[in-house]
Design a protein around this ligand. Structure first.
Ligand code: ACO
Length: 387
């Protein structure tokens, strides 16, 4: 029997702090007119000091699970796609696992820059189709503002922060994610990167002085690459899914630049009213842009049961990916009652208590001596040899 991976829950988190083009014009040599005409962006959101990639991912994930009416303990796998994780390690996905109380989930981060969400969706779908998982939480979360150089007007105005999440669930009903296409071209790696902070250039006084921990981008090269791959990848994914381009109900592209989106839509011959954009409000939120756009499309009543959706992303790597799906959740979505929300609130409070209890018991265990004599962690190695 064929198993299908359906999106059954969706959630987003958008930081409150709005930074307009006019705000930027006060701190760098740019203008609202330049940014809007070249990119389509009017404003973006920047995370506040208490917000980070993990906190935003957690909020989006909780909302997605609530909408799916799935308890955190039923999640088998959490994938967080991000280019600015909470730490180099542990993974942001593990922090999400603990915070939501996904007690039976595996968790890992996925690095594919702005194409990350499509990659993660593809991995989650494969896990479900191969029966290795029944419920997968796929998250795109970014605090790009933390790796933007305020002295670089070529990149600073383009990006924003936010998170989006979807819940994939195994179903027998045909539909859900029908096909994905992934691609990469590492020969263009230097056109979009954060040069330092990895094993090649670990953090040092020099790397900080040279501002190498910020995003560097060759805008023209990335623009050329994006206009080349975006339409093509979407077309390939449609062919793989057996969906004709004129059957597509909604096109949800990565929200990087309105001119790139228009060029891809033109290539695909998809009319403007079938293209969802929100980059004027949020800028490029990297791997969070597609799940945030999907959530907003649903909220705006643009997604209906059985609709055929195409999502396509591109970014650093260089990498790209496209996904074609058929929506399987009855719409419009019925909101939960207050009692359900209260119950969920308690579930997440309990997850916090659970996490604190585990930490406490781990600490207490570390105080106990070993059952059969000396504690190996406190007994010096030499002494043990003498015995
Ligand atoms: N304000 C004013 N002038 C600016 C600004 C700014 N913010 N930024 C650059 N300029 C100047 C440049 O210095 C240049 O001046 P010069 O001619 O004197 O050297 C001039 O504007 C024109 O620059 P262009 O590169 O020709 O501008 P273009 O029309 O290509 O637009 C842009 C630049 C918007 C960056 C475009 O190239 C683009 O969108 N590229 C793709 C970027 C993208 O999508 N990146 C995200 C990838 S996703 C990920 O993985 C993170």
């Amino acid at each position: 029997m064929t198993t299908y991976a359906h999106i059954v829950g969706w959630g987003k988190y958008i930081p409150e702090k709005v930074v307009t083009n006019h705000d930027l014009a006060k701190i760098m040599d740019t203008s609202d007119e330049w940014i809007k005409s070249r990119t389509g962006i009017s404003e973006r959101r920047f995370a506040g000091k208490d917000e980070s990639t993990a906190t935003m991912a957690i909020a989006a994930a909780q909302l997605a699970l609530d909408r799916a009416r799935i308890t955190p303990s039923a999640v088998d796998l959490i994938i967080v796609a991000t280019l600015c994780p909470e730490h180099v390690f542990p993974s942001t996905a593990c922090l999400v696992q603990d915070a939501i109380g996904a007690t039976h989930a595996g968790a890992y981060d996925l690095s594919a820059a702005c194409a990350g969400f499509i990659y993660a969706l593809s991995m989650g779908t494969a896990m479900i189709q191969s029966s290795m998982a029944k419920v997968v939480l796929v998250i795109g979360s970014e605090t790009v503002s933390r790796v933007l150089d305020v002295q670089d007007r070529n990149t600073y105005p383009l990006f924003g922060d936010g998170a989006g999440a979807v819940v994939l669930q195994a179903h027998e009903t045909p539909g859900g994610v029908l096909a994905t296409v992934l691609g990469s071209d590492g020969s263009g790696a230097e056109h979009l990167c954060i040069p330092a902070g990895g094993s090649k250039l670990p953090a040092s006084r020099e790397t900080v002085d040279q501002r190498l921990h910020y995003i560097k981008m060759n805008g023209r090269e990335v623009y050329r690459f994006a206009t080349r791959v975006m339409g093509r990848a979407a077309k390939q994914a449609c062919e793989k899914a057996g969906v004709a381009l004129n059957e597509v109900d909604l096109f949800i592209p990565h929200q990087a630049n309105i001119r790139i989106i228009e060029s891809a839509s033109k290539y695909l011959k998809i009319s403007e009213n079938k293209v969802f954009t929100n980059l004027n409000k949020y800028g490029n939120t990297s791997t969070a842009s597609i799940p945030i756009a999907l959530c907003e499309a649903i909220e705006a009543g643009r997604v209906h049961n059985k609709d055929k959706l195409v999502m396509v992303g591109f970014g650093g790597g260089l990498s790209w990916g496209a996904a074609v799906g058929q929506w399987g959740v009855p719409m419009p979505y019925k909101q939960h009652g207050w009692w359900y929300k209260s119950l969920r609130w308690m579930v997440y409070r309990w997850a916090r208590v659970r996490s604190a209890t585990i930490r406490l018991s781990r600490w207490l265990e570390s105080l106990l001596p070993e059952e059969n004599g000396a504690d190996p962690y406190t007994t010096p190695v030499k002494e043990k040899h003498k015995e």
